[in-house]
Each structure stands twice: as structure tokens, then as C-alpha cells.
Design a protein. Structure first.
Length: 222
């Protein structure tokens, strides 16, 4: 191999290494492999030609070396390398360390916002009707407000005793609006201290709300 060819290989080798370091990662891997092959061939040629200096750059005038490096007719191996690289899949050529870092530095997934739900709040949860006479009827309203951010729907209202009859709105109560649970207590057949529990189920919670009504029922006078 003549000196110009050796210089061309060295120039090509340096160019490949440069692309490998500063270029695309997968593309650089192929170029490094090619650089090793050209380096091997260059060393093998030097071994077969002991008259050629180990460093051909030193054996040439610097100006001549510059002309050789920039002479495209001498660097006829470069188009071969570029042709090989151009045949690589786009998916490989587009991979780069920068892209890998970008994937690793992606911001964590933001937690989902809680779904809107209704929240019921009663102004009172216990009503004491005091003392009444057996056979009297007591009516009361438990007022509430929807403090949630979704419509509040009363699903059921059940009393622990048949003497207590609850009523409730069938339409949804909008956020920050008021509603009430009506209670009708019938004291027929009752005597002494009495209480009844009303269980309220609504769409904002799986846990029912318990209301209490209590008082004392005195017997009728003969």
C-alpha cells in the first residue's frame, strides 16, 4: 500500500471515530466496527511492507499530507462506508443517547384527579321531641347541605321502627344546595322513653348516615 492510501485510511479512521463519538449511537457502533477493520488492514499492510514508516504522516511533507487528506479521489473508501450506513434502518439511525436520556428523565405520571362526588352534611343528627302523650304524632325535618362537587341523590331512608316514617327528596340535590329528610313519628301503643334510628344511604358514600329521634311517651289519662 502506498503512502497516500495509508494516509487515506488513517484519515478515514479518524473520521469514523469522530462520528462514533459525536454522532448517533447505533450508527456510531457500526462505524467503530468499520474503523477497527480498516485499522487492522492498515497494520497488516505495514507488516508486509517494512520499508513503509509506521507513521506515514511523518514520512510526508505536511503540506502534501493536507492535500492527500482533502483529495476526494484518494479517499475512495469513504463512499463505501457512507453507502453501508445509508442502508441501515431508520429505526436504528434515529436512536441516540439523547433520546435514551429523554426517556429516563420523563416526568412521573401525574395522579388522577379524584372523581366528583356528593358529600352530605346534616345541621343536626339527633332530635329530641321531649314528652308527648301516647297517640300523639311528631313531625320533624333533618336539614342537610350538599358540600360535595356532584349532585347528591338520596338512595334510601329506612327507620328501625314501624312507628317512624321517613321521607326524602327523589331529585338530586346540587352542590352547595339544601335538602331535608322528613320524619313522622306515631306514638300509638308507645309508653316511656322511646328512640328510633333512621339510616340514610346516598350516592356519595358506601357508609350510611344515621339519624336519631327520641323522647318520652306518657300514657293517656283516663
Amino acid at each position: 500500500m502506498n503512502s497516500e492510501k495509508q494516509v487515506a485510511l488513517i484519515s478515514l479512521n479518524n473520521r469514523i471515530v469522530y462520528y462514533s463519538i459525536f454522532g448517533i449511537s447505533i450508527k456510531g457502533t457500526y462505524l467503530i466496527s468499520l474503523a477497527i477493520i480498516f485499522q487492522f488492514l492498515s497494520c497488516k499492510t505495514d507488516a508486509n511492507n517494512p520499508d513503509i514508516s509506521n507513521n506515514p504522516v511523518d514520512s510526508l511533507d505536511r503540506q502534501a499530507y493536507s492535500e492527500v487528506v482533502h483529495n476526494n479521489s484518494v479517499l475512495d473508501t469513504i463512499p463505501i462506508v457512507e453507502e453501508i450506513v445509508s442502508d441501515l434502518p431508520d429505526s436504528l439511525l434515529n436512536e441516540s443517547p439523547a433520546n435514551d436520556v429523554a426517556v429516563q428523565q420523563e416526568s412521573p405520571v401525574k395522579p388522577k384527579k379524584p372523581e366528583p362526588r356528593a358529600v352530605i352534611f346534616f345541621e343536626e343528627m339527633v332530635f329530641d321531641f321531649g314528652e308527648i302523650t301516647e297517640g300523639d304524632t311528631v313531625q320533624h325535618e333533618f336539614h342537610f347541605i350538599n358540600k360535595g362537587n356532584a349532585g347528591l341523590v338520596i338512595q334510601s331512608a329506612k327507620a328501625s321502627c314501624g312507628c317512624t316514617q321517613p321521607s326524602y327528596p327523589f331529585m338530586a340535590v346540587e352542590p352547595q344546595k339544601h335538602g331535608h329528610i322528613g320524619i313522622r313519628y306515631i306514638s300509638v301503643g308507645k309508653e316511656g322513653d322511646q328512640d328510633a334510628t333512621i339510616r340514610i344511604k346516598y350516592n356519595g358514600s358506601d357508609k350510611p348516615v344515621r339519624l336519631l329521634i327520641k323522647g318520652k311517651v306518657n300514657p293517656k289519662e283516663n
